[in-house]
Design a protein around this ligand. Structure first.
Ligand SMILES: Cc1ncc(COP(=O)(O)O)c(C=O)c1O
Length: 457
């Protein structure tokens, strides 16, 4: 059986439990069989422009022969070699050195992982180990934020806090993790008054007091909370949260799984965009542009030196940590981003993208249009003044995404949002296609809802 003669959708429906699977959802399956640049084809021959970038990850675009060659060559030369204890391999050694070169400040040490969740999970453990090594064994508590998504391992899910993500049967870690509010500019936290950063910093300090500064080990934060709704913080927010962390010997762990590798026009957003150097950076996704599963936890010399003073084992890692084929893919991906100057293209096209999306805010149904560089989000509401949401059964995010797919455009529905993070290779024509298609689709869906006698204010 090959993928050209099988009923792929039926096979998939019969056997595949998808991540974030709606258990009583439709039996429809969109089976993608080919990708080239930003374009995708499904098994029915339909073509789409992928404004989602896979899942925030296909920075260099799909279908690169050079990538296939690098992956194939490495698979032929050395398809696998463990990096446990004192073993290593060429691509792993080259990649950690490259990441140390690209990362800000003294973040020169790397713990390779298999993806974003495992990088976050590793960071969660490293915080306690590092704090103990620095003479502060009580500092194991982690503060994270509402609307955050840090991945799907047990620790990562426990740090995450997005609406609707928590199944009561999955017993999350609550002892040792607490959450403060997100820097949500469109829907500020209840009770937030005055300057949003001032309020959030005060809330953070109060939470540290409540837990006890001698117990708080780390603050985990995405520079822009991606799947929590593309929450772009006030410009001074991260730097000021970092100042609070420094005052209390709290490590700042930047979850840059989405924001690194050009998504915001720089290798990493923490320093270049938000003017702070974290103690640890977790990255994945754009690290290989999705060509291979890989992630990394990059951490400071200061942490390394403290941990290296211990005469004991650092017992964390995965069979596929430093996988040679995945590392070879990441290296080639970084080389392509450098050679084609894709960070610069992201910045130029990012301006075009944000300007093209902004007028959508005037359309019916649209409460907010936000984003930065090549991250975008449209938030839908029933009432633009009260920001009241549409009833769940309207399923507005999906309704818009389905209508867009009908026009050959993929945007990602998350609740009442549509999010976008196209490849860094995007051009002006493709941006026009995205904004014009969204405009048409939003107007059509709004008309349909009016016809259904749904009142939009
Ligand atoms: C900010 C953030 N952190 C972590 C993860 C988890 O990464 P992965 O799915 O590669 O495990 C994601 C995935 O979307 C993410 O958006």
């Amino acid at each position: 059986m090959t993928d050209t003669n099988a009923d792929l959708a039926a096979l998939d429906h019969a056997h595949n439990l998808h991540p974030w699977n709606q258990m009583q959802g439709s039996t429809d399956r969109r089976v993608i069989v080919k990708g080239d640049g930003l374009l995708l084809w499904d098994d029915q021959g339909n073509r789409y422009l992928d404004a989602v970038g896979g899942l925030w990850c296909t920075q260099i675009g799909l279908g690169r022969t050079e990538m296939a060659q690098a992956i194939g060559d490495q698979a032929q030369r050395l398809a696998f070699s463990s990096t446990f204890v004192d073993m290593s391999n060429g691509p792993a050694a080259l990649l950690v050195a490259k990441l140390a070169e690209l990362a800000p400040g003294d973040l020169n040490r790397v713990h390779l992982t298999t993806g974003g969740s495992t990088a976050l999970d590793s960071a969660f453990r490293m915080v306690a180990f590092a704090q103990a090594s620095m003479g502060r064994p009580g500092k194991t508590h982690v503060i994270a934020r509402q609307h955050s998504y840090h991945g799907s391992t047990f620790a990562a899910m426990s740090m995450g806090m997005r609406d609707g993500d928590r199944a009561p049967e999955f017993r999350y870690l609550s002892d040792g993790i607490s959450h403060v509010n997100a820097p949500h500019q469109y829907r500020p936290p209840d009770g937030a008054e005055g300057d949003l950063t001032d309020w959030l910093v005060a809330e953070f300090e109060a939470e540290i007091d409540r837990i006890g500064a001698d117990r708080v080990g780390a603050f985990f934060a995405e520079p822009i909370q991606a799947s929590g709704g593309v929450l772009v913080p006030p410009d001074d927010y991260l730097r000021r949260m970092k100042e609070v962390c420094d005052r209390h010997d709290i490590l700042l762990v930047a979850d840059e799984v989405v924001t690194a590798f050009g998504r915001l026009g720089h290798w990493f957003a923490s320093e270049s965009v938000y003017d702070e150097i974290p103690d640890m950076i977790c990255c994945a996704k754009g690290l290989s542009s999705g060509y291979q599963p890989i992630g990394a936890l990059i951490f400071s010399d200061r942490i390394w030196e403290a941990m290296a003073s211990e005469d004991r084992w650092y017992t964390s890692g995965f069979t596929y940590s430093g996988h040679p084929v995945a590392c070879a893919a990441a290296l080639k991906n970084i080389e392509i981003i450098e050679r084609e100057e894709l960070l610069a293209n992201a910045l130029t096209m990012g301006d075009v993208f944000q300007s093209a999306l902004a007028p959508l805010a005037d359309l019916p149904l649209v409460g907010d249009v936000r984003g930065k560089v090549l991250l975008g989000c449209v938030e839908f509401v029933a009432n633009k003044v009260t920001k009241a949401l549409l009833p769940d059964e309207i399923d507005i995010g999906h309704r818009i995404a389905d209508a867009a797919e009908g026009q050959g455009l993929m945007v990602r529905p998350i609740g009442h949002l549509n999010v976008m993070s196209p490849a860094l290779t995007i051009d002006e024509l493709q941006i026009s296609f995205i904004s014009e298609t969204l405009e048409t689709v939003i107007k059509t869906v709004a008309d349909d809802l009016t016809r259904l006698r749904f009142k939009l204010d």
